[in-house]
Design a binder for this molecule. Structure first.
Ligand code: COA
Length: 164
């Protein structure tokens, strides 16, 4: 496995992998308008890392500073992880962990003190995954869209080691 920064050439593949993983995870229904956001990789490509297996991109994750347009809940000194996806046949083989660790390293190198993220409440696998990686629930930062309060995004935070 190789973890590397994403390039614009990867954008279509990243979009395909992300849509497929969210559908396989059972938290993106066919025809959801959110699919267009998942496929719109251009605005996030400079803040995305990919996992390659046998020279093919098989996973991706994005981490943005709190000033970025795609950041939802990060405060000053925090960076935010979004759009984490691994191709389903490779779930459980360590790609997700490697992607998150690369994101955390990038945030740490930029001086962030913590990483935050949100997970939809029906994504049981994702909830277990982030708990395993040391993310702690911050319920006061949970969020639902005004247009559909039945959608509940649960907030998590992980403090990073102090910069040396
Ligand atoms: C969630 C996802 C990214 C995890 O990727 P993955 O490559 O399967 O994860 P890994 O194999 O790296 O697992 C990392 C650790 O989490 C643990 N883990 C994974 N799922 C878990 C769960 N449901 N409960 C508890 N621990 C879990 C693994 O056992 C592993 O622990 P270890 O390294 O100590 O052995 C992947 O399943 C995915 O793409 N899901 C669909 C998209 C999605 O939900 N994205 C997140 C949206 S916020």
């Amino acid at each position: 496995m190789l973890i590397r920064p994403a390039h614009l050439d990867d954008a279509v593949t990243i979009g395909n992998i992300t849509v497929a993983a969210y559908q396989d995870g059972g938290h993106l229904s066919a025809g959801s308008p959110y699919e267009a956001t998942l496929r719109d990789v251009g605005p996030r490509v400079d803040f995305t890392v990919v996992a390659e297996v046998d020279f093919d991109v098989a996973g991706a994750a994005t981490i943005t500073p709190n000033t970025h347009q795609l950041t939802g809940i990060a405060r000053e000194d925090e960076w935010e992880i979004r759009f984490v996806a691994v191709s389903q046949p490779l779930w459980g083989t360590g790609l997700g962990r490697a992607l998150i660790e690369a994101c955390e390293q990038r945030a740490h190198d930029a001086g962030a003190t913590a990483v935050v993220l949100r997970v939809i409440d029906i994504n049981e696998r994702g909830l277990g995954f982030y708990g395993r990686l040391g993310y702690v629930r911050t319920p006061e930062r949970d969020w639902s869209p005004e247009t559909d309060p039945s959608i509940r995004l649960l907030a998590f935070r992980k403090a990073l080691p102090a910069a040396t």
